[in-house]
Design a protein around this ligand. Sequence first.
Ligand code: MN
Length: 151
Amino acid sequence: MSLDEYLRKRDFSRTPEPVGVAQAGERNRGDGRIYVIQKHAASHLHYDLRLEKDGVLKSWAIPKEPPTSRGIKRLAIQTEDHPIEYADFEGVIPEGEYGAGTVEIWDKGTFDIEEWTDEKIIVYIHGEKLRGRYCLIKFKKQENSWLFFKA
Ligand code: MN
């Protein structure tokens, strides 16, 4: 159950982050096409890219501003799956909690899949800031490390 890690890392009596229906061992069914990037001012500012897949939000932390044009490649570190409800989350994760800092939605919309495998994801993103064909390519020898760029 891929939301276990999300639940395990957080104390929901302290963080305002959504537990959603995940605590009941359930997944929410979105429309299957949620795209969101949350700007997360944690100990290190980063951008959390999330794409809905199989009832959860697949997630990557991008240490620099995501590329809006071609020719810029960004490292994207895959992180734990998040519940669908997280797509609307904005708020402050309190000091001392996992991911402490401010979360705000930086971009949001929908996406379509051209290709989705364990090593390669190609999607058409329909956001406000990110629009067009984007690739995520997994590093062969580094677990959880991907390259994210506009194709
Ligand atoms: Mn984050």
